[in-house]
Design a protein around this ligand. Structure first.
Ligand SMILES: OC[C@H]1O[C@H](O[C@H]2O[C@H](CO)[C@@H](O)[C@H](O)[C@H]2O)[C@H](O)[C@@H](O)[C@@H]1O
Length: 601
């Protein structure tokens, strides 16, 4: 049985990552990339689907974990009657994307502790047992394209297609265990020096964290929470290409036992754009330039063929299939690989993209001619499409509709294009864009606002609400004090809030094409914080923000959703969207606090 989602820690090297449970088991690891087949998939099945545990043999009295400050290096300390042991887990940053290491250093802090190790390597998402042979330093495992060198400083025993060990460690000693992946057609080229790799890895992440501007502001009440979210976002970036994954897992369920299980190990134009804004607002500029290049490569070709999501290197085909041999996280089946949303039309993506590139201009990122030509083409394409029904920001799998939020984001796309011409002197058919912007606005006000309900609604002709409407004031569609904005925020508070947290929409009767319900969606709850800030209800916003912070796990990590009744995290983990929400809300509250003290001071 897998641990609770929030009981996992996340370590990564910007090629891939691993999830480590509180009991010292690595239950998820895809090699060599985030979107490769998993060789440890116990997370979505059983131990037999692959895992690697190192833990005390006797009873564990207490466990505590932390990240080394400013890094993704995880330390888990186990207290036992015999003493205390810490496992230091990390993935060194590799200059060669075809060589990936996962290192676990066992350190005895006190006493003398008996330890056990259990390694079950199962390639192909938990199904393929490798051919294993002993080597001088441990063992080598090969399965088709994959080869793993496993180096251990203790005697190993093989039984039932698993490798085990039992050993003792005394105070002050350190024992390194290294799992190194390389393609089976290449010789092993790994550097064997766990201590040096730890120092290098720590120095790299610390340098990166030192660039963050959040800690420079003494008035910032949540610098650590924001810094951890930023680190998590950075670790979700695929270093060779600059693509940013929405989350590093597949099929962690949106409801325990349910079928709303999706593969998030890809780059959504939406999620990546929003991630980028959070990084830019926190002092990180070079990420924006890299991502712009990724985007230009991924989308290059005819603008009509632009997709809403791509693979890490811009791959277009992300065909969705099910993996029936995996029983699913706590029996939440099916487990899916690939994502059928790849073919959807989601008009909001144009707006999120234009907004991210606009903010890049505001931050005076070096202008790129290719990028502006691309933006002009996007608007040309959008001009022919904005009236079409789409699947919207929530990627519904029911009927396409005229989603109000999609239309608003089409308005945003033209608005940011116009501002590029007006404020930055770029060249474009601005009169035409102005006319379209006006036409879209009139259309939204005529059909997206429901006078009887006294609120904007999810889609034209409907009466239901949508948490994405909380974004209307932030994108500048109407001023925050407009009565329609205030009324919509209040309607969402009445109808979409459950136990203080926000649902995306009411799935009962929303015909999203899916069975069952889901938890409250964390980024939507952060959007409520932002909307409350904008309509001047700062105290309420801060209370909700503090509540959201309290839902993070002990390491500061958030999944996509939260079940307030069971008090546990749900959905893929850790999720970029949720951490983006946290960073932005913290910035918004701080800015509002400063401006209110400026006005009263
Ligand atoms: O609810 C159905 C859809 O759920 C997933 O989409 C969600 O995740 C995306 C990545 O973070 C996000 O961009 C989107 O707004 C969310 O609704 C899933 O990926 C879809 O396939 C599914 O239809």
């Amino acid at each position: 049985m897998s641990a609770k989602i929030e009981d996992y820690g996340f370590i990564g090297n910007m090629l891939s990552c691993a999830l480590v449970s509180r009991d010292g088991s690595i239950d998820w690891l895809c090699l060599p990339r985030f979107d490769s087949d998993a060789c440890f998939a116990a997370l979505l099945g059983t131990e037999e689907n692959g895992r690697w545990q190192i833990a005390p043999e006797g009873e564990i009295l207490k466990t505590h974990r932390r990240y080394r400050p400013g890094t993704t290096i995880l330390e888990t300390t186990f207290e036992t009657a015999e003493g205390a042991v810490t496992i230091i887990d990390f993935m060194p940053l590799s200059g060669d994307a075809q060589l990936v290491d996962l290192i676990r250093i066992v350190r005895c802090d006190r006493g003398r502790v008996r330890m056990k190790m259990d390694l079950a390597l199962r390639f192909g998402y938990g199904r393929r047992i490798p051919w294993v042979r002993k080597t001088d330093s441990g063992l080598q495992a090969v399965a088709g394209p994959d080869a793993v060198e496993f180096r251990a400083p203790v005697a190993l025993e093989g039984e039932d297609m698993r490798t085990g060990a039992s050993f003792e460690i005394g105070e002050g000693a350190e024992l390194p265990f290294v799992l190194s992946w390389h393609p089976s057609h290449r010789p092993d080229g790994h550097i064997w020096d766990p201590g040096a790799r730890l120092s290098e890895t720590e120095a790299w992440w610390r340098d990166w964290s030192a660039q963050c501007t959040v800690g420079e502001d003494d008035a910032h009440p949540w610098p650590d929470a924001v810094a951890r979210s930023l680190l998590t976002l950075k670790a979700l970036t695929f270093r060779p290409t600059g693509g940013i994954v929405a989350a590093p897992t597949t099929s962690l369920p949106e409801r325990i036992g349910g079928g709303r299980n999706w593969d998030y190990r890809y780059c959504w134009v939406r999620d990546a754009s929003l991630t980028l804004l959070a990084l830019l607002n926190s002092g990180y500029r070079s990420e924006a330039a890299e991502w712009r290049q990724w985007l230009l490569r991924a989308t290059s070709g005819h603008p009509r063929q632009m997709q809403i999501m791509y693979g890490l290197s811009g791959e277009q085909r992300l065909t969705e299939i099910e993996l029936p041999w995996l029983s699913g996280y706590e029996a939440s089946a099916p487990v899916r690989l690939g994502n059928a949303a790849q073919d959807q039309l989601q008009i909001d993506v144009y707006g999120e993209l234009m907004e991210a590139l606009h903010v890049g201009r505001c931050f005076m990122l070096e202008p790129s001619e290719a990028s502006w030509s691309f933006q002009r083409l996007l608007l040309e394409e959008l001009d022919t499409r904005w009236r079409d029904p789409d699947e919207g920001i929530w990627e519904v799998r029911g009927e396409a509709r005229h989603f109000t939020h999609s239309r608003v984001m089409a308005w945003v796309a033209f608005d940011r294009g116009i501002r590029a011409v007006e404020d930055y002197g770029l060249d474009g058919p601005v009169d035409r864009w102005r006319a379209t912007r006006e036409e879209i606005r009139d259309d939204i006000l005529a059909h997206g606002w429901n006078e009887e309900r006294g609120s904007f609604v999810q889609y034209y002709g409907g009466t239901g609400l949508d948490a994405a409407l909380l974004l209307l004031p932030a994108v500048g569609f109407l001023p925050p004090d407009d009565h329609r904005i205030v009324a919509t925020v209040e309607a969402i508070q009445r109808d979409l809030v459950e136990d203080g947290l926000v649902l995306r929409y009411r799935s009962e009767g929303a015909s999203d094409g899916l069975e069952g319900r889901e938890g409250t969606f964390l980024v939507c709850s952060f959007w409520l914080v932002d909307a409350l800030v904008m309509i001047g209800r700062l105290d309420e916003a801060e209370t909700l923000f503090e509540h959201l912070l309290s839902l993070r796990n002990d390491l500061g990590l958030l999944a996509e959703e939260y079940d307030p009744v069971a008090a546990r995290q749900l959905g893929n983990f850790p999720q970029a969207f949720s951490h983006v929400g946290l960073v932005n809300s913290a910035h918004n509250i701080l800015a509002a606090r400063k401006s209110s003290s400026h006005h009263t001071g």
